[in-house]
Design a protein around this ligand. Sequence first.
Ligand SMILES: [Zn+2]
Length: 105
Amino acid sequence: MGLGIKKGDTVAVLAGKEKGKKGRIVSVLPGKGKVIVEKINIIKRHTKPSKTHEQGGIIEKEGPIHASNVMLVCPKCGARTKTAALVQAGGGKLRVCKKCKEVID
Ligand SMILES: [Zn+2]
């Protein structure tokens, strides 16, 4: 799955009501092609009283958004970018920013 983004990356939202916002990826759902981004697409969920939440109430939680709606923000140059894969001699892969050509990780 070539999302090009992974947990811990900072991404910019490209579409939807939160377009232009930035956040950190807290989870990638590869099977669905979706990601969960910190503080983006907050869904309010009503809960019934339980042992852990005696009062019940409203839980705010990030909902998944499609990976095509976000773009990596390069930690080196700060631009919204795609990454290229740099194959190392040992067989590992590094991600390289297509804008500044710096190795991201
Ligand atoms: Zn860059």
